[in-house]
Design a protein around this ligand. Structure first.
Ligand code: FES
Length: 217
């Protein structure tokens, strides 16, 4: 578990679902973020105090109750962080040429992630995706839209849709071509402190990578 001097554990709560069950962890700081773009339900607050979190303290998130196909949202440095437990079918789709051919930077060549997430799943463990949930166009919070097809059309593979100006990202946060957003969604520094606990804000051992080197938040 986390060293309390450097991190905090976030509580998780489940809200009423829409297409899928949806978990939200949020602090009051999210009010200022969500109000401008997307109405996120607020469920709980995190400890320690918001000013400590905002200053950059790592946070530990227990993923043991996060089921395949679900997303949770936490705050780190006052930013919304999406954490998704992707299903085997979703992981398979992320590698299909018909879908990756729709992406602007499928190999994540632009530094929008740490080196340990520069891979097709943009994460450490393929099933667990960790993203900064801020659109790289003008900063709205994209909507988790994991189901293929639907209102986004038969070619929609599932991912994130930003309703502000129509930007689309796949379930690795890779941006589509032909949309206003120029870059993939950022991946924050993170590591697993045990099988089901991820620490946001800290690299794996022996990795020195600065979040500030991200090209665009
Ligand atoms: S802010 Fe997301 S598309 Fe413009």
């Amino acid at each position: 578990m986390a060293d309390s001097a450097h991190s905090t554990t976030a509580d998780t709560h489940e809200t009423g679902g829409t297409r899928r069950d949806f978990l939200v962890i949020a602090g009051n700081a999210l009010l200022g973020i969500g109000a401008a773009c997307t109405a996120w339900p607020l469920v709980s607050s995190m400890n320690p105090a918001r000013d400590v979190i905002a200053a950059g303290a790592p946070i530990d998130v227990d993923l043991s109750s996060l089921k395949p196909g679900q997303q949770i949202l936490v705050l780190w440095r006052s930013r919304p962080i999406f954490i998704v437990n992707r299903t085997p079918a979703e992981l398979k789709k992320l590698q299909e040429p018909n879908d990756t051919g729709l992406l602007r930077d499928p190999q994540s060549e632009v530094e929008q992630q740490p080196p340990y997430a520069q891979n097709w799943h943009r994460s450490i463990k393929p099933e667990y995706l960790v993203l900064v949930g801020i659109c790289t166009h003008l900063g709205c919070i994209p909507e988790f839209t994991p189901e293929p097809g639907g209102t986004l059309g038969p070619g929609w593979p599932g991912g994130y849709f930003c309703p502000c100006h129509g930007s689309k990202y796949d379930l690795s946060g890779r941006v589509f071509t032909g949309v206003p957003a120029p870059y993939n969604l950022p991946v924050p520094p993170h590591r697993f402190v045990n099988e089901t606990t991820v620490r946001i804000g800290e690299n794996p051992p022996n990795v020195a990578w600065e979040f500030g080197s991200i090209v665009q938040i």
